[in-house]
Design a protein around this ligand. Sequence first.
Ligand code: 5GP
Length: 124
Amino acid sequence: MSDYDPNNIFARILRGELPCAKVFEDDHVLAFNDIHPQAPVHVLVIPKGAYISLDDFGARASDTEIAALFRAVATIARQLEIDVSGYRFLANHGTNAHQEVPHFHVHLFGGRKLGPMLSRKTTE
Ligand code: 5GP
C-alpha cells in the first residue's frame, strides 16, 4: 500500500485541508459534489480509508467498509431523490479509464437522462 499518495486531493479533503460541498458522511464514507459536475447530480462517494482505486479497495478493504460504501450510494440517491428517476454510478480505475485522483471514488450521476453507458469513441 506504499503507493498511496497521502497528499492527493481527496485525502486533503478528508483531512479538512480543502473544502468540499458535503452531501453525506458516516464512519466510513464521505460524499461531496464534484467540482465539475457532468449532470445535475454528480456526487463523489469516497471511503475514508486510504485506498488508491477499486482494485486496491476490493483487495484490502474490510467487508464493513465495502458494505458502507454501497449502502451510502443508495442512501445518497434516495436523499437526493434520484432513486425513482434513475441514476448511474461509476468508478474509474487506472489509465484506460482516465482515473485522475488516486483515492478510490465512485461517481453518482443523475437528474437527467444519462445516455448510453460508454462513449463510442475508442481512441483518445
Ligand atoms: P476520476 O477521473 O479520477 O474518476 O474523477 C475525478 C473527479 O474529481 C473529476 O470528476 C473531477 O471533476 C473531480 N475533482 C477533482 N478535483 C476536485 C476537487 O478539488 N474537489 C471536488 N469536489 N472534485 C474534484
